[in-house]
Write a protein that binds this ligand. Structure first.
Ligand code: DQA
Length: 145
């Protein structure tokens, strides 16, 4: 089994209800269920918080014992040096995911404190970004069945 942790930041608990034109109609619970069905060889851990320090704690907690981390720090992407530092501090490789195309939105969303410390970033591909990141970790582990 491959161990992958998904960490979502503030307001992503409202996916499906929140600005559906921007973020779609699907809740993250549904997305997680689909991920579990699509990737039975992966043991997913999921953490979401609206609180910056709790996200730092989760990055530290899962940052040394997982095969991969999929991180969407939401608005904290653009502001949080602490989350950027936490990504730099851990051993688990991180893929940054954004549902919307942050580069096509306001200028303040073009700054990310985690991109440079991540293996790579997937932006603008909707919730499919989480599945694509998972596929990359599976391919990296040579675990495609
Ligand atoms: C987001 C993009 C951020 O700019 C925004 O603050 C979010 C969601 C995304 O997944 O598209 O909350 O991270």
């Amino acid at each position: 089994m491959l161990n992958i942790t998904i960490i979502n930041g503030p307001n992503l608990n409202l996916l499906g209800k929140r600005e559906p034109g921007m973020y779609g109609n699907e809740s993250f619970d549904d997305c997680l269920l689909q991920l579990k069905q699509a990737f039975p060889q992966v043991n997913f851990t999921y953490f979401q918080s609206n609180v910056e320090g709790e996200i730092v704690n989760a990055i530290q907690q899962y940052g040394f014992n997982q095969d991969g981390m999929i991180l969407n720090p939401a608005a904290y992407t653009h502001t949080s040096i602490a989350i950027g530092d936490a990504v730099a501090a851990i051993k688990t490789p991180v893929i940054e995911v954004h549902i919307s195309n942050v580069h096509a939105r306001e200028d303040f969303r073009k700054i990310s404190h985690v991109s440079a410390k991540s293996v790579g970033s997937i932006v603008g591909l909707g919730l499919k970004g989480y599945a694509l990141a998972t596929e990359w970790f599976i391919a990296k582990a040579g675990a495609i069945q």
